[in-house]
Design a protein around this ligand. Sequence first.
Ligand code: AKG
Ligand code: FE2
Length: 191
Amino acid sequence: MKGEWCYFKGHFSPETCERILAMAQRIPDQQAVMGKGGDNKDLSHRRSRVRFIQVNDPDFQFLFDEVWRLGLVANRDWFNFHITNLSYIQLAEYDASYEGKYDRHHDVFWMNGDPHYHRKLTVIVQLTDPAEYEGGDFELYDLGGAYPDKQAIRTQGTVFVFPSFVPHALRPVTRGRRHSLAVWFDGPKWR
Ligand SMILES: O=C(O)CCC(=O)C(=O)O
Ligand SMILES: [Fe+2]
């Protein structure tokens, strides 16, 4: 049986990761919040700063193209969900100075009030060399089968894909700073 996740280990080169980070850092950052519309600002659950790369940003077309390509490959070979769109990419920072973390959650806003869409697939890209931080492990929970290899998913440039309804967390960063990208593929409502 296949795992309920898949990854492309070290898919983006360290140079590409650094370039994406440098380019995205010109976008103003904000305190990360939770829930549809960001109505939940509970810092005991999530401590992170985020930036949003919009789908029409010409500087990031190569990134959107590559994420779409990988998402379609992963979806074809593992998940077979109905995915139709992706509207933005989130760049997240987790710094040891504030013990950056994101406690256990899933990414579907079940009662989002939207007549059409739910989040279907979550994609995480590890932008930071794992030697630059301690803690900050990405973990999945409640899987029916195998769990992913910790080192593989910490590798810089790894692209990790899983169903958005699977519970997951980012453990507190205790030294240094970790950056990641998160992307959500939406599709017609779960039914
Ligand atoms: O940064 C990560 O690795 C996880 C981010 C996440 O789970 C989220 O933003 O929903
Ligand atoms: Fe998440």
